[in-house]
Design a protein around this ligand. Structure first.
Ligand code: ATP
Ligand code: MG
Length: 131
C-alpha cells in the first residue's frame, strides 16, 4: 500500500507550523497527492476517531480536534503507513524521538501535532472519510 492519511492537527496549525511540516514531509520522500484545510465539526471528529469512543480521553480528543482548523493530506510513498508513523514519532510528544515531527512541533500526549493511519486497512477508510 502506497498511501496513508496524515492530518496536521489544530495545535500545530495554530502555532503556524503547517508549512514547516509539509516541507518535512516532502523532504522525506512523500508526495502530497491531495490536501485540504478544514475546521472539523464535532460530528466529523467523533466519526473519524470512532475507534476511541469508549476511551476516557475521547471527549478531550474531540474538543481538541474541533478547536481550530486541521490540514488533511493523502500521502504517497512505498510503505506509506509505517514510513509516516516513523517520521511522526511516538504518540506522546514528550517521549517522541528527537527530530521526529511530534518531538519538533507537538506538546504532549494530547496535543501531538499530527495524525497518521495505523494500518493499510485504516488508511483506506480514513482517506475515503475525507476525500
Ligand atoms: P493518531 O491516531 O492521532 O495518529 P496515535 O495513533 O499515535 O495517534 P492513538 O492511540 O490512536 O494514537 O490516539 C489518538 C489520539 O488521541 C492521539 O494522537 C492523541 O491526540 C489522543 N490521545 C491518545 N492518548 C491520549 C491520552 N492518554 N490522553 C489524551 N489524549 C490522548
Ligand atoms: Mg491512532
Amino acid at each position: 500500500m502506497k498511501n496513508t492519511l496524515a492530518i496536521i492537527k489544530p495545535d500545530a496549525m495554530q502555532k503556524g507550523s503547517k508549512e514547516d511540516i509539509r516541507k518535512d514531509i516532502m523532504d522525506n520522500g512523500f508526495k502530497i497527492v491531495e490536501e485540504k484545510t478544514i475546521h472539523m465539526s464535532e460530528e466529523q471528529a467523533q466519526g473519524f476517531y470512532d475507534i476511541h469512543k469508549d476511551k476516557p480521553f475521547f471527549g478531550e480528543l474531540v474538543e481538541f480536534m474541533t478547536s481550530y482548523k486541521s490540514h488533511i493530506m493523502k500521502l504517497e510513498k512505498e510503505n506509506a503507513v509505517s514510513e509516516w508513523r516513523n517520521l511522526m514519532g511516538a504518540t506522546d510528544s514528550t517521549k517522541a524521538e528527537p527530530g521526529t515531527i511530534r518531538a519538533k512541533y507537538g506538546t504532549d500526549i494530547s496535543m501531538n501535532a499530527t495524525h497518521g493511519s495505523d494500518s493499510d486497512e485504516n488508511a483506506e477508510k480514513e482517506i475515503s472519510f475525507f476525500f
